[in-house]
Design a protein around this ligand. Sequence first.
Ligand code: TPP
Ligand code: MG
Length: 373
Amino acid sequence: MATTRRRTSSSRSTRRPEAIPPGSAHVAEPLDLRGALRDMTLIRLFEQEAERQYKRARIGGYCHLAIGQEAANVGVARGLQPQDKLLSSYRSHGFALARGTAPTGAMAELFGREDGVAVGRGGSMHLLDPEHGYFGGWGIVAGQLPIATGMALAGVKQGENLAVLCELGDGAINMGAWHESLNLAAIWNLPIVFAVFNNGYGMGTTVDQASAEPELYKRAAAFRMHGERVDGQDVEAVYEATARLMTRAREERKPAVLEVMTYRLRGHSVADAGTAYRTKEEIAEWADKRDPIALVTERLVADGITTEELDAITAETQALVDEAVAFAEASPMPDVSTLADFVYGDPNTAEQFSRMAPGSPAGEEQLLAQLVA
Ligand SMILES: Cc1ncc(C[n+]2csc(CCOP(=O)(O)OP(=O)(O)O)c2C)c(N)n1
Ligand SMILES: [Mg+2]
Protein backbone atom coordinates (compact mmCIF):
# COMPACT_ATOMS: atom_id res chain seq x y z
CA MET A 1 0.00 0.00 0.00
CA ALA A 2 1.39 3.38 -0.92
CA THR A 3 1.90 5.87 1.84
CA THR A 4 2.75 9.54 1.54
CA ARG A 5 3.31 10.27 5.21
CA ARG A 6 6.93 9.22 5.43
CA ARG A 7 9.58 11.15 3.60
CA THR A 8 12.53 9.44 2.02
CA SER A 9 15.80 10.01 3.81
CA SER A 10 17.13 12.04 0.89
CA SER A 11 14.30 14.58 0.86
CA ARG A 12 14.69 17.77 2.86
CA SER A 13 12.17 18.78 5.42
CA THR A 14 9.95 21.84 5.48
CA ARG A 15 9.01 21.89 9.12
CA ARG A 16 6.61 24.70 9.94
CA PRO A 17 5.93 26.20 13.35
CA GLU A 18 2.66 24.71 14.61
CA ALA A 19 -0.18 26.57 16.25
CA ILE A 20 -0.68 25.03 19.68
CA PRO A 21 -3.55 26.01 21.97
CA PRO A 22 -2.52 27.38 25.36
CA GLY A 23 -2.72 25.07 28.40
CA SER A 24 -5.89 24.93 30.49
CA ALA A 25 -5.94 25.44 34.26
CA HIS A 26 -3.11 27.78 35.33
CA VAL A 27 -2.16 26.97 38.89
CA ALA A 28 1.35 28.40 38.93
CA GLU A 29 2.43 31.84 40.07
CA PRO A 30 2.84 34.13 37.05
CA LEU A 31 6.27 33.79 35.47
CA ASP A 32 8.84 36.51 36.18
CA LEU A 33 9.18 37.45 32.50
CA ARG A 34 12.14 39.77 32.97
CA GLY A 35 14.01 37.07 34.86
CA ALA A 36 13.15 34.62 32.10
CA LEU A 37 14.45 37.00 29.42
CA ARG A 38 17.63 37.49 31.41
CA ASP A 39 18.22 33.72 31.68
CA MET A 40 17.42 33.18 27.99
CA THR A 41 19.80 35.96 26.98
CA LEU A 42 22.54 34.50 29.17
CA ILE A 43 22.11 31.09 27.52
CA ARG A 44 22.12 32.60 23.99
CA LEU A 45 25.25 34.67 24.62
CA PHE A 46 26.99 31.82 26.45
CA GLU A 47 26.35 29.45 23.56
CA GLN A 48 27.38 31.96 20.88
CA GLU A 49 30.62 32.33 22.81
CA ALA A 50 30.99 28.54 23.12
CA GLU A 51 30.58 28.27 19.35
CA ARG A 52 33.39 30.83 18.84
CA GLN A 53 35.64 29.08 21.36
CA TYR A 54 35.00 25.68 19.77
CA LYS A 55 36.04 27.04 16.40
CA ARG A 56 39.22 28.37 18.04
CA ALA A 57 39.87 24.79 19.32
CA ARG A 58 39.62 25.90 22.95
CA ILE A 59 36.80 23.40 23.45
CA GLY A 60 37.41 19.76 22.54
CA GLY A 61 35.10 16.80 21.99
CA TYR A 62 31.51 17.48 21.09
CA CYS A 63 29.54 20.66 21.60
CA HIS A 64 25.76 20.77 21.05
CA LEU A 65 24.09 24.16 21.11
CA ALA A 66 20.46 24.82 22.00
CA ILE A 67 20.26 28.21 20.27
CA GLY A 68 16.56 28.61 19.45
CA GLN A 69 15.47 26.37 22.34
CA GLU A 70 16.04 28.83 25.21
CA ALA A 71 12.35 29.25 26.08
CA ALA A 72 12.09 25.49 26.50
CA ASN A 73 15.17 25.38 28.76
CA VAL A 74 14.12 28.31 30.91
CA GLY A 75 10.40 27.49 31.01
CA VAL A 76 11.15 23.99 32.26
CA ALA A 77 13.76 25.10 34.82
CA ARG A 78 11.55 27.84 36.23
CA GLY A 79 8.65 25.40 36.56
CA LEU A 80 10.61 23.39 39.15
CA GLN A 81 10.77 23.83 42.92
CA PRO A 82 14.27 24.12 44.43
CA GLN A 83 14.16 20.54 45.78
CA ASP A 84 13.16 19.06 42.40
CA LYS A 85 15.71 17.22 40.29
CA LEU A 86 16.47 17.87 36.65
CA LEU A 87 18.23 15.55 34.20
CA SER A 88 18.70 16.10 30.49
CA SER A 89 20.38 14.92 27.34
CA TYR A 90 23.81 16.12 26.22
CA ARG A 91 22.39 19.47 24.98
CA SER A 92 23.04 20.57 28.50
CA HIS A 93 24.30 24.18 28.75
CA GLY A 94 20.90 25.85 28.86
CA PHE A 95 19.58 23.54 31.57
CA ALA A 96 22.54 24.10 33.87
CA LEU A 97 22.52 27.89 33.43
CA ALA A 98 18.75 28.11 33.83
CA ARG A 99 18.97 26.13 37.05
CA GLY A 100 21.56 28.50 38.48
CA THR A 101 24.95 26.99 37.62
CA ALA A 102 27.65 29.67 37.51
CA PRO A 103 28.68 30.47 33.91
CA THR A 104 32.31 30.36 35.08
CA GLY A 105 32.11 26.69 36.14
CA ALA A 106 30.11 25.80 33.04
CA MET A 107 32.58 27.44 30.63
CA ALA A 108 35.56 25.92 32.45
CA GLU A 109 33.93 22.52 32.00
CA LEU A 110 33.59 23.11 28.26
CA PHE A 111 37.30 23.99 28.24
CA GLY A 112 38.05 20.72 30.11
CA ARG A 113 39.59 22.57 33.06
CA GLU A 114 39.96 21.68 36.71
CA ASP A 115 37.48 24.32 37.88
CA GLY A 116 34.75 23.01 35.60
CA VAL A 117 31.52 21.82 37.20
CA ALA A 118 32.50 18.22 36.45
CA VAL A 119 36.21 18.82 37.26
CA GLY A 120 36.94 18.96 33.54
CA ARG A 121 35.99 15.31 33.05
CA GLY A 122 32.61 15.72 31.40
CA GLY A 123 32.88 18.53 28.87
CA SER A 124 29.94 20.10 27.09
CA MET A 125 27.72 17.01 27.14
CA HIS A 126 28.07 16.30 30.84
CA LEU A 127 27.54 19.48 32.81
CA LEU A 128 26.61 18.56 36.36
CA ASP A 129 25.56 20.63 39.36
CA PRO A 130 23.76 18.66 42.10
CA GLU A 131 23.81 21.69 44.42
CA HIS A 132 21.47 23.41 41.99
CA GLY A 133 19.43 20.27 41.37
CA TYR A 134 20.93 19.55 37.96
CA PHE A 135 22.02 15.93 37.63
CA GLY A 136 23.48 16.07 34.09
CA GLY A 137 24.05 16.17 31.02
CA TRP A 138 23.96 12.53 29.60
CA GLY A 139 25.68 11.58 26.35
CA ILE A 140 24.02 8.21 25.70
CA VAL A 141 20.69 8.83 23.98
CA ALA A 142 17.95 7.85 26.50
CA GLY A 143 20.60 6.94 29.10
CA GLN A 144 19.18 9.50 31.51
CA LEU A 145 15.68 7.97 31.59
CA PRO A 146 16.33 4.96 33.85
CA ILE A 147 18.50 7.12 36.10
CA ALA A 148 15.81 9.78 36.42
CA THR A 149 13.20 7.09 37.08
CA GLY A 150 15.41 5.62 39.81
CA MET A 151 15.85 9.07 41.35
CA ALA A 152 12.07 9.50 41.47
CA LEU A 153 11.79 6.09 43.16
CA ALA A 154 14.52 7.07 45.64
CA GLY A 155 12.65 10.29 46.42
CA VAL A 156 9.52 8.27 47.24
CA LYS A 157 11.39 5.70 49.33
CA GLN A 158 13.12 8.45 51.30
CA GLY A 159 9.87 10.34 51.86
CA GLU A 160 11.06 13.46 50.06
CA ASN A 161 8.59 15.99 48.73
CA LEU A 162 10.13 16.26 45.29
CA ALA A 163 9.55 15.40 41.66
CA VAL A 164 12.01 14.71 38.87
CA LEU A 165 11.98 16.32 35.47
CA CYS A 166 13.68 14.21 32.81
CA GLU A 167 14.28 15.91 29.48
CA LEU A 168 14.93 13.83 26.39
CA GLY A 169 15.06 14.51 22.66
CA ASP A 170 12.58 13.27 20.10
CA GLY A 171 15.34 10.88 18.99
CA ALA A 172 15.30 9.10 22.38
CA ILE A 173 11.66 8.08 22.23
CA ASN A 174 12.14 4.84 20.34
CA MET A 175 14.83 3.48 22.63
CA GLY A 176 14.12 0.54 24.94
CA ALA A 177 14.95 2.72 27.94
CA TRP A 178 11.94 4.93 27.11
CA HIS A 179 9.53 2.00 27.31
CA GLU A 180 11.11 0.50 30.41
CA SER A 181 11.27 3.80 32.29
CA LEU A 182 7.75 4.96 31.46
CA ASN A 183 6.33 1.56 32.30
CA LEU A 184 7.96 1.56 35.74
CA ALA A 185 7.04 5.19 36.35
CA ALA A 186 3.41 4.34 35.62
CA ILE A 187 3.07 1.11 37.58
CA TRP A 188 4.93 2.53 40.60
CA ASN A 189 3.19 5.95 40.42
CA LEU A 190 6.46 7.83 40.43
CA PRO A 191 6.71 11.62 40.69
CA ILE A 192 8.36 12.26 37.34
CA VAL A 193 7.66 14.33 34.23
CA PHE A 194 9.26 13.26 30.96
CA ALA A 195 9.76 16.43 28.91
CA VAL A 196 10.28 15.44 25.28
CA PHE A 197 12.02 18.31 23.49
CA ASN A 198 10.71 17.81 19.97
CA ASN A 199 12.95 19.96 17.80
CA GLY A 200 11.96 18.09 14.66
CA TYR A 201 15.21 16.18 14.17
CA GLY A 202 17.42 13.53 15.71
CA MET A 203 20.68 14.52 13.99
CA GLY A 204 19.39 14.61 10.36
CA THR A 205 16.40 12.29 10.77
CA THR A 206 12.97 13.88 10.96
CA VAL A 207 10.51 12.81 13.62
CA ASP A 208 8.10 11.29 11.12
CA GLN A 209 10.90 9.27 9.52
CA ALA A 210 11.74 7.78 12.91
CA SER A 211 8.45 7.53 14.79
CA ALA A 212 5.36 5.56 13.75
CA GLU A 213 3.34 7.94 15.96
CA PRO A 214 4.99 11.31 15.33
CA GLU A 215 2.66 13.17 17.73
CA LEU A 216 4.94 12.15 20.54
CA TYR A 217 2.83 13.18 23.54
CA LYS A 218 0.30 10.52 22.48
CA ARG A 219 2.89 7.86 23.22
CA ALA A 220 2.11 8.40 26.93
CA ALA A 221 -1.20 6.62 26.35
CA ALA A 222 0.64 3.30 25.96
CA PHE A 223 1.43 3.58 29.67
CA ARG A 224 -1.98 5.05 30.65
CA MET A 225 -0.07 8.21 31.47
CA HIS A 226 -1.16 11.79 30.90
CA GLY A 227 0.47 13.42 27.85
CA GLU A 228 0.23 16.92 26.41
CA ARG A 229 1.95 19.21 23.97
CA VAL A 230 3.13 22.77 24.54
CA ASP A 231 4.59 25.52 22.36
CA GLY A 232 8.27 25.41 23.30
CA GLN A 233 8.98 28.86 21.87
CA ASP A 234 6.61 30.42 24.42
CA VAL A 235 8.44 30.55 27.75
CA GLU A 236 5.28 31.30 29.73
CA ALA A 237 3.44 28.32 28.26
CA VAL A 238 6.34 25.95 28.98
CA TYR A 239 6.63 27.28 32.51
CA GLU A 240 2.90 26.93 33.16
CA ALA A 241 2.70 23.37 31.86
CA THR A 242 5.86 22.29 33.70
CA ALA A 243 4.82 23.83 37.02
CA ARG A 244 1.36 22.28 36.76
CA LEU A 245 2.58 18.78 35.86
CA MET A 246 5.39 18.86 38.44
CA THR A 247 2.93 19.90 41.18
CA ARG A 248 0.67 17.03 40.13
CA ALA A 249 3.64 14.64 40.17
CA ARG A 250 4.80 15.83 43.60
CA GLU A 251 1.40 15.99 45.29
CA GLU A 252 -0.48 13.15 43.59
CA ARG A 253 2.42 10.93 42.44
CA LYS A 254 1.24 11.04 38.87
CA PRO A 255 3.86 10.81 36.12
CA ALA A 256 3.33 12.61 32.81
CA VAL A 257 4.76 13.29 29.37
CA LEU A 258 5.14 16.89 28.21
CA GLU A 259 6.02 17.30 24.54
CA VAL A 260 7.77 20.64 24.07
CA MET A 261 7.66 21.78 20.43
CA THR A 262 10.85 23.65 19.64
CA TYR A 263 13.55 24.15 17.03
CA ARG A 264 17.31 24.31 17.04
CA LEU A 265 18.56 27.13 14.87
CA ARG A 266 22.04 25.61 14.66
CA GLY A 267 23.12 22.19 13.42
CA HIS A 268 23.08 19.05 15.53
CA SER A 269 26.51 19.92 16.91
CA VAL A 270 28.97 22.70 16.17
CA ALA A 271 30.52 20.40 13.54
CA ASP A 272 27.21 20.20 11.61
CA ALA A 273 26.11 23.14 9.45
CA GLY A 274 22.55 21.86 9.79
CA THR A 275 21.57 22.55 6.20
CA ALA A 276 21.90 19.13 4.51
CA TYR A 277 18.57 17.80 5.78
CA ARG A 278 16.46 20.96 6.03
CA THR A 279 15.98 24.03 3.91
CA LYS A 280 17.45 27.47 4.54
CA GLU A 281 13.89 28.81 4.21
CA GLU A 282 12.71 26.61 7.07
CA ILE A 283 15.50 27.82 9.35
CA ALA A 284 14.83 31.45 8.36
CA GLU A 285 11.12 31.09 9.09
CA TRP A 286 11.81 29.89 12.64
CA ALA A 287 14.51 32.54 13.16
CA ASP A 288 12.32 35.37 11.88
CA LYS A 289 8.96 34.43 13.35
CA ARG A 290 9.61 32.06 16.25
CA ASP A 291 12.83 33.13 17.91
CA PRO A 292 11.92 32.70 21.58
CA ILE A 293 13.99 35.67 22.73
CA ALA A 294 12.33 37.99 20.22
CA LEU A 295 8.90 36.66 21.29
CA VAL A 296 9.44 37.27 25.00
CA THR A 297 10.99 40.69 24.27
CA GLU A 298 7.89 41.67 22.27
CA ARG A 299 5.72 40.72 25.21
CA LEU A 300 7.84 42.76 27.64
CA VAL A 301 7.83 45.76 25.31
CA ALA A 302 4.03 45.58 25.25
CA ASP A 303 4.18 45.52 29.07
CA GLY A 304 6.32 48.69 29.08
CA ILE A 305 9.95 47.54 29.40
CA THR A 306 12.30 50.30 28.21
CA THR A 307 15.19 50.08 25.76
CA GLU A 308 17.55 50.97 28.63
CA GLU A 309 16.30 48.03 30.67
CA LEU A 310 16.70 45.67 27.71
CA ASP A 311 20.23 46.98 27.09
CA ALA A 312 21.07 46.47 30.76
CA ILE A 313 20.02 42.80 30.55
CA THR A 314 22.27 42.28 27.52
CA ALA A 315 25.20 44.12 29.15
CA GLU A 316 24.86 42.21 32.43
CA THR A 317 24.71 38.78 30.78
CA GLN A 318 27.51 39.58 28.30
CA ALA A 319 29.72 40.58 31.25
CA LEU A 320 29.02 37.20 32.86
CA VAL A 321 30.02 35.41 29.65
CA ASP A 322 33.22 37.44 29.32
CA GLU A 323 34.05 36.67 32.93
CA ALA A 324 33.36 32.97 32.28
CA VAL A 325 35.84 32.84 29.38
CA ALA A 326 38.54 34.62 31.41
CA PHE A 327 37.92 32.21 34.30
CA ALA A 328 38.07 29.14 32.03
CA GLU A 329 41.29 30.33 30.38
CA ALA A 330 42.94 30.86 33.77
CA SER A 331 41.85 27.49 35.18
CA PRO A 332 44.50 24.72 34.97
CA MET A 333 44.12 21.52 32.99
CA PRO A 334 43.58 18.53 35.32
CA ASP A 335 46.87 16.83 36.09
CA VAL A 336 47.37 13.58 34.21
CA SER A 337 48.06 11.79 37.52
CA THR A 338 44.38 12.36 38.43
CA LEU A 339 43.11 10.63 35.28
CA ALA A 340 41.50 7.73 37.16
CA ASP A 341 39.96 9.89 39.90
CA PHE A 342 36.16 9.85 40.14
CA VAL A 343 35.87 6.61 38.17
CA TYR A 344 34.23 4.97 41.21
CA GLY A 345 31.71 6.79 43.39
CA ASP A 346 33.31 5.61 46.61
CA PRO A 347 36.80 7.11 46.88
CA ASN A 348 37.82 4.10 48.98
CA THR A 349 37.32 1.52 46.27
CA ALA A 350 39.16 -1.20 48.18
CA GLU A 351 36.59 -0.90 50.95
CA GLN A 352 33.78 -0.95 48.38
CA PHE A 353 35.12 -4.15 46.81
CA SER A 354 35.61 -5.78 50.19
CA ARG A 355 31.86 -5.54 50.85
CA MET A 356 31.00 -7.47 47.71
CA ALA A 357 29.71 -10.98 48.07
CA PRO A 358 29.99 -13.42 45.15
CA GLY A 359 27.18 -12.64 42.70
CA SER A 360 26.49 -9.37 44.50
CA PRO A 361 28.06 -6.52 42.53
CA ALA A 362 27.55 -3.70 45.00
CA GLY A 363 27.27 -5.21 48.45
CA GLU A 364 23.54 -5.88 48.36
CA GLU A 365 23.81 -8.52 51.10
CA GLN A 366 24.88 -5.87 53.58
CA LEU A 367 22.23 -3.47 52.36
CA LEU A 368 19.56 -6.13 52.65
CA ALA A 369 20.70 -6.98 56.18
CA GLN A 370 20.37 -3.30 57.14
CA LEU A 371 16.92 -3.03 55.60
CA VAL A 372 15.47 -6.10 57.32
CA ALA A 373 17.15 -5.35 60.68
C1 TPP B 1 22.55 5.12 22.36
C2 TPP B 1 23.06 6.15 21.40
N1 TPP B 1 22.88 5.97 20.08
C3 TPP B 1 23.33 6.91 19.21
C4 TPP B 1 23.97 8.03 19.67
C5 TPP B 1 24.44 9.08 18.66
N2 TPP B 1 23.57 10.25 18.72
C6 TPP B 1 23.95 11.33 19.41
S1 TPP B 1 22.78 12.49 19.37
C7 TPP B 1 21.73 11.59 18.44
C8 TPP B 1 20.39 12.13 18.01
C9 TPP B 1 19.46 12.39 19.14
O1 TPP B 1 18.44 13.27 18.75
P1 TPP B 1 17.35 13.85 19.72
O2 TPP B 1 17.08 12.85 20.80
O3 TPP B 1 16.21 14.31 18.91
O4 TPP B 1 18.08 15.07 20.44
P2 TPP B 1 18.54 16.47 19.82
O5 TPP B 1 19.93 16.25 19.33
O6 TPP B 1 17.59 16.84 18.76
O7 TPP B 1 18.52 17.43 20.97
C10 TPP B 1 22.32 10.37 18.16
C11 TPP B 1 21.69 9.34 17.32
C12 TPP B 1 24.14 8.17 21.05
N3 TPP B 1 24.74 9.24 21.58
N4 TPP B 1 23.66 7.25 21.90
MG1 MG C 1 15.65 16.19 18.33
